[in-house]
Every structure is written in structure tokens, then in C-alpha cells.
Design a protein around this ligand. Structure first.
Ligand SMILES: C[S@@+](CC[C@H](N)C(=O)[O-])C[C@H]1O[C@@H](n2cnc3c(N)ncnc32)[C@H](O)[C@@H]1O
Ligand SMILES: CC(C)=CCC/C(C)=C/COP(=O)(O)OP(=O)(O)O
Ligand SMILES: [Mg+2]
Length: 297
């Protein structure tokens, strides 16, 4: 007995080996945040067609798709319209990944519940590997992949995006969809640069503060506090990319394209209280919604 290891000890050790704890106390906070997240504005939109997003929308609102206020279906129609705009955002990001073949591997850094991963697989037929700090999100994404019978192509793992298990040069393309405000950008782009093949493509859609405004506005500080994140400036993105062999191919200011989403969302019953901060900071020029697509050189 005295020399044997109990099965409980073995299980605990095994779990430690396979799922290392958060790299920092901050990452532990973020893991807990997303493990506990269940806002109706995300779940009810995802329920529309089974694509669960944690990002915002772009494009014009289709007024004809919305019911009159007295329409008993108006709430349902509004939710479907917000969801359509969020999926349009993911489509727009995926459209900047370049020519992706069925044999390629894509990496989604900060994959959330996996909506963008599913869309990427449906579009390119390729493998998509996602990482998130949240075990709950990874389970959710993997369950959805199983339900769709694409689990051999779409997989989420609990993992720090700054230290991924992917091989050097393994990915044809990689992205951050509203997930880069949780990490140091030099560390983030060093890891993307390592994982991407030379000639591969990196894309981010992100909210960033505008250096022309001077410093982060009170609205930007409010968004940071709301999500426990740390929004970077546009300048910081471009500098950190340049330092890590990522050369911008397209920089698109999506601020005017995301405002209709926010203005529609502000009229819905699913408001969370952060709508005013996004609308005011986009309007006063202190905050921008940006797509950056870069070549790994
Ligand atoms: C706002 S959600 C975006 C989710 C997804 N990209 C989407 O568009 O639906 C932010 C995501 O970043 C992830 N995240 C934050 N810091 C991370 C880190 N260091 N490593 C891996 N994932 C991280 C969170 O776990 C969460 O899934
Ligand atoms: C553009 C910026 C600054 C994004 C911060 C990251 C973030 C929390 C994105 C949306 O997540 P969500 O879909 O869970 O948020 P919400 O509940 O507000 O829809
Ligand atoms: Mg949302």
C-alpha cells in the first residue's frame, strides 16, 4: 500500500499535465469571467441558427426585416437582425484570410463559443483549431461541433493564446476576433508569427482607442471596466505587428459600419448597459472598430 499511488492522485496529476492552470492571476479572472457568462444578448442571438458569437455586428440594418412595434414577432425579428449583423462581421473577417484550401489549418485565438470557427469550416472545408481560457466555452464549442458532425475538423481547447500547442509554421491563417484586448500585443503577435507559415495571413477585428484623441476616453475606460479587458491603441497594433514580421495588407475602419448595430441593439430588450459607451466613443472619435489583415513575411 505505502508505495502505491491512489487513483485519485493519478487523476489529479493527469489533469494538471493536460490542462495547465492560468499563466497569470489575470488570466484566471478572465477564465472565470467567461465560464460564468450567460447573457441573453449572446445566447438568444446564438439560438437563431446555432452560431454563437461573442463579437459585434456590421452592416446596414434591414428595416424591412424588423416588425412594427405592435407586431407580436417584433422582438424575435430584432434578435434575428442583430444576429445577422454579427454573422456578417465574422464573414467579413473570414473574407480577409486569403485562399484557404481544405488541407489547411486555421487558428482562432480566443475562440469563445466557436461561432467563427464553424463558419470558417463551412466556408473553406478546412481544419479549425480554437483556443480559449474558458473550459465552459471550449466544452460548448466542442459540443456544437459534435452536433454538427464536424468535430474532426473543428476543435476548441483550453489554452493560453500566447503559448499555444501548435507547431511552428502550421497555420495557413490565424485570427483574433475581439479577443486581443486581453493580452500584451508583442507577446500575441510573436505567437501568431511563430504559428503562421511564411506567406500566411493574420486578421484581427478589434476595438482600439484612437491616438488622435490623445488618451483613452472615459468611455473606453468604461468598456475596459465592464469586460475586465485592456483596450490597446491603433498605434500599438501597428507597431507590434511591424515588430513581429506581420505586414498590414488592409486596415479598414469599420466604425461607421458597426454603429447601426449598436443603435439597433440600444432599442432592444437585451441591452446590457454598455451600449452608450460604445455609441458615444465611436461618435466622439476616441474609439475605433478596426479590421487589420497582415501578411506573415
Ligand atoms: C469577446 S470573446 C470573443 C470570442 C470569439 N472570438 C468570438 O468572436 O465569438 C473573447 C475571448 O478571448 C478569450 N481569451 C482572452 N484571453 C485569452 C488568452 N490569453 N488565451 C486564450 N483565450 C483568451 C476568452 O476566453 C474569450 O473566449
Ligand atoms: C470591441 C471590444 C472592445 C470588445 C471587447 C471584447 C468583448 C467582450 C466582445 C464582445 O463579447 P460579448 O458578445 O460577450 O459582449 P456582449 O455581451 O456585450 O454582447
Ligand atoms: Mg454579444
Amino acid at each position: 500500500m505505502e508505495s502505491s499511488v491512489t487513483s485519485t492522485e493519478l487523476t489529479a496529476t493527469d489533469a494538471l499535465v493536460r490542462i495547465p492552470g492560468p499563466a497569470t492571476p489575470y488570466q484566471g479572472d478572465i477564465a472565470r469571467y467567461w465560464d460564468g457568462e450567460a447573457r441573453p444578448v449572446n445566447l438568444r442571438l446564438g439560438d437563431v441558427d446555432g452560431l454563437y458569437h461573442h463579437h459585434y455586428g456590421i452592416g446596414e440594418v434591414d428595416r424591412t426585416a424588423l416588425g412594427e412595434p405592435e407586431d407580436s414577432e417584433s422582438e424575435k425579428k430584432l434578435i434575428a437582425e442583430l444576429h445577422r449583423l454579427e454573422s456578417a462581421q465574422a464573414d467579413y473577417l473570414l473574407g480577409h484570410l486569403g485562399d484557404i484550401g481544405r488541407d489547411d489549418t486555421l487558428v482562432d485565438a480566443g475562440c469563445g463559443r466557436g461561432g467563427s470557427m464553424v463558419m470558417a469550416h463551412q466556408r473553406f472545408g478546412c481544419k479549425v483549431e480554437g483556443v480559449t481560457l474558458s473550459a465552459k466555452q471550449a466544452e460548448f464549442a466542442n459540443r456544437r461541433a459534435q452536433e454538427l458532425r464536424i468535430q474532426d475538423h473543428v476543435r476548441a481547447r483550453v489554452c493560453n493564446m500566447l503559448a499555444t500547442p501548435f507547431e511552428t509554421g502550421q497555420a495557413a491563417a490565424s485570427w483574433n476576433n475581439e479577443s486581443s484586448m486581453y493580452v500584451d500585443l508583442q507577446d500575441l503577435f510573436a505567437e501568431h508569427s511563430r504559428v503562421l507559415k511564411v506567406g500566411g495571413r493574420y486578421v484581427t477585428i478589434t476595438g482600439c482607442w484612437n491616438p488622435r484623441y490623445g488618451q483613452p476616453s472615459k468611455w473606453v475606460s468604461q468598456i475596459n471596466a465592464h469586460f475586465e479587458c485592456n483596450i490597446h491603441s491603433r498605434r500599438e497594433y501597428l507597431r507590434a505587428m511591424a515588430d513581429n514580421r506581420l505586414v498590414p495588407q488592409a486596415v479598414v475602419d469599420l466604425t461607421p459600419d458597426t454603429l447601426p448595430y449598436w443603435e439597433l441593439r440600444a432599442t432592444s430588450s437585451l441591452v446590457t448597459g454598455i451600449e452608450e459607451a460604445f455609441i458615444n466613443s465611436y461618435k466622439d472619435g476616441s474609439f475605433q472598430y478596426l479590421l487589420i489583415a497582415a501578411d506573415r513575411v
